[in-house]
Design a binder for this molecule. Structure first.
Ligand SMILES: NC(=O)c1ccc[n+]([C@@H]2O[C@H](COP(=O)([O-])OP(=O)(O)OC[C@H]3O[C@@H](n4cnc5c(N)ncnc54)[C@H](O)[C@@H]3O)[C@@H](O)[C@H]2O)c1
Length: 351
């Protein structure tokens, strides 16, 4: 069976920067690597020169300026959605309605928590596989960290920590990795605070200037994050603390991208991750391979919506906690996007 693939939002990879990376190009390279297991049949973008360039680069025969036209005229199995977060919900819903087998959408899942839940429910109702591109799961530093953790090299898991620019855009990956390290255990509560005085739109969504949060999973494991000015508090990209040792991914100090202080040891040692660093190379390609293999084998991809929900709920809860000035017990009962709402109602005034 050759799966027919379409794209919504091609972008332009030459712009690659915080207001557009052209992620669809990375998806396309992933599909290319799968040879004749897939065929990229069509693509659409609202900017004509982008969709034309994309079609030429990857030999995709048909282009569209509207996803409605594309979904109406094509019989697609799998659609990659690579637009900005505000549009994910509607595009995912339209694609599900079109009768595809699978949708692979970029992260963050959606603009609001309610949208995340609704599209997951719609996919389940229509029997559509819905996945989100949290591709770091396929990187050697993250994979090997999990293997070392599972092998008991740092004792029992006690804490997961991360430092990054923001809670939502970049943070979406980091929440997902914490969930992965802790075997997808649901979060029980989140306590968060934000600082937001200078407008910080990332892909047209407000992201705080600085945030701190702590949380606890249902199995007792604690989490801690620090963003913005406090991003270096944790001292690395991710820190995994066990009862008898520690793993650091993407350390700030010189050395390997993965370091471990093993049970009984006093020094950190480097762990060889080959060419892989925190962002790649090849992570998106591996994510695409996992998504397609799951369709072929009738299994669940690691990038499934259920896992993405586990990453997204505490993310929205951290902002909601800042708004309500209290600890938020999950499940989160606020369907919106608290940071955006605080800006709109004047509680926050980023200049
Ligand atoms: N997985 C990752 O590591 C990673 C990295 C960067 C960005 N992203 C995410 O990928 C998503 C896309 O980001 P990007 O950097 O590829 O953006 P981009 O701006 O490069 O590409 C998005 C494209 O979508 C098009 N578009 C917008 N609305 C459309 C519509 N209704 N129909 C068809 N086309 C439409 C735009 O014209 C644009 O060309 C965002 O959610 C972003 O957060 C993920």
């Amino acid at each position: 069976m050759q799966w027919k693939v379409g794209f919504i939002g091609t972008g332009d990879e030459r712009r690659a920067g915080p207001m557009g990376y052209g992620m669809a190009h990375q998806h396309a390279k992933g599909y290319q690597l799968l040879g004749d297991r897939v065929t990229m049949t069509c693509c659409c973008d609202i900017v004509p020169e982008r969709v034309e360039r994309f079609s030429t680069l990857y030999g995709i025969p048909r282009t569209y300026g509207s996803h409605h036209d594309m979904l109406r005229q094509e019989k697609l199995d799998l659609v990659s959605i690579c637009t900005w977060p505000h549009s994910h919900y509607q595009l995912v819903m339209d694609t599900i309605q079109a009768g595809v087998k699978a949708v692979h959408c970029e992260k963050p899942m959606a603009f609001t928590w309610g949208e995340c839940r609704s599209m997951t429910a719609a996919a389940a109702e229509h029997g559509v596989r819905l996945t989100f591109n949290h591709q770091r799961r396929f990187g050697a530093p993250f994979r090997q960290a999990k293997e070392l953790l599972d092998a008991g090299e740092i004792g029992k898991l006690e804490q997961v920590q991360w430092g990054a620019g923001d809670v939502y855009d970049y943070g979406s990956h980091n929440w997902d990795m914490c969930s992965y390290f802790n075997d997808h255990t649901p979060v029980q509560w989140v306590l968060g605070q934000v600082h937001y005085t200078e407008e910080n739109f990332v892909f047209n969504v407000h992201n705080e200037n600085q945030a701190s949060a702590i949380w606890q999973y249902e199995n007792g494991v604690f989490g801690l994050l620090s963003t913005g000015l406090g991003r270096n508090l944790v001292g690395c990209h991710h820190r995994i603390i066990g009862s008898e040792g520690e793993i650091a991914i993407g350390p700030r100090w010189d050395g390997s991208v993965l370091q471990i202080r093993k049970r009984g040891g006093s020094q950190f040692e480097d762990v060889d991750c080959g060419e892989d660093h925190c962002h790649g190379p090849g992570y998106v390609e591996r994510a695409i391979a996992d998504v397609v293999a799951a369709i072929e084998n009738g299994t669940e991809s690691e990038l499934c919506a259920a896992n993405a929900l586990l990453a997204s709920e505490p993310m929205f809860a951290a902002w909601e906690s800042a708004r309500r000035r209290c600890r938020i017990e999950l499940p989160l009962n606020h369907d919106g996007n608290a940071l955006d709402e605080m800006v709109k109602n004047g509680e926050l005034s980023p200049g």
